[in-house]
Design a protein. Structure first.
Length: 248
């Protein structure tokens, strides 16, 4: 009797440099160390039944990665998935799990939108925040926003606007006033042509907005007026975070 679980997990710190190609091997080793009965595909080269709906660009951090695991025998999820989380490299942690009922929609269909966060260092944060707010308003009011995506096989023009559901630029304080940094949060659609934060940055920048210092995929799920509802846990990650709550 097989058993399927969907999990939410993190990919932060040094693990953000693990490529999509190497990810399956990392999980396979962790499953062996945790001694869990993962199911395998059939054929000449069986692979563990671990699926990832959307590859994360190398170097990008995430607290909103998702996967589906199929086990060949029932497990005790609380203890066994905790053991699996402990067997993963530091920075990769399972934060939520959910057993998949029969007839459930595919995981990819539940991940209809992504909340991304782009952050800039504490340099002219007030001016940059105002600029990003103005550019965000212009983008949301536009019908089209074409950018050039540079690829090894040739440049390609894409329209960013259909993917953009919400934008909000804020200044987030650090431990000292001078440590404040600028944050842009964006909700982008997943159910269409792929638009990444690099494409969004290209649409907002006119040569006067530097590349962000850090990019984070916060959560994936359903777009709500106030943010994105996590596909597994159901909590809403706000588009505009509560700064006081974060400081606490």
């Amino acid at each position: 009797m097989t058993q399927r679980y969907r999990i939410r997990w993190t990919k932060v710190g040094r693990t953000r440099f693990i490529s999509a190609r190497d990810l399956t091997s990392v999980w396979e080793r962790a499953l062996r160390r945790a001694d869990l009965p993962i199911a395998y595909s059939e054929g000449f080269t069986p692979h563990p039944k671990v699926s990832f709906p959307d590859a994360l660009p190398v170097g990008v951090s995430s607290t909103g990665e998702y996967a589906e695991l199929t086990f060949a025998a029932p497990i005790e999820p609380a203890s066994d998935l905790a053991a699996l989380s402990a067997a993963l490299p530091a920075g990769m942690d399972i934060t939520t799990y959910l057993e998949v009922p029969d007839g459930a929609p595919k995981l990819a269909k539940m991940l209809r939108a992504t909340l991304w966060e782009l952050a800039w260092p504490p340099v002219d944060q007030t001016e940059l925040g105002a600029l990003l707010s103005a550019r965000s308003d212009e983008l949301l009011a536009a019908d089209h926003a074409e950018v050039i995506r540079h690829r090894p096989d040739g440049d390609r023009t894409i329209d960013v606007r259909p993917a953009v559901l919400a934008l909000a630029a804020t200044t987030r304080p650090g431990s000292h006033a001078r440590d404040a940094y600028t944050v842009l949060r964006a909700v982008l659609r997943n159910d269409g042509p792929t638009v990444r934060p690099t494409d969004l940055h290209a649409a907002l920048s006119r040569g006067d907005v530097a590349e962000p210092d850090a990019v984070l995929r916060c959560v994936q799920g359903a777009h709500e007026p106030e943010g994105v509802r996590d596909a597994l846990g159901g909590e809403v990650e706000p588009l505009v975070p509560d700064v006081d709550a974060e400081a606490a």
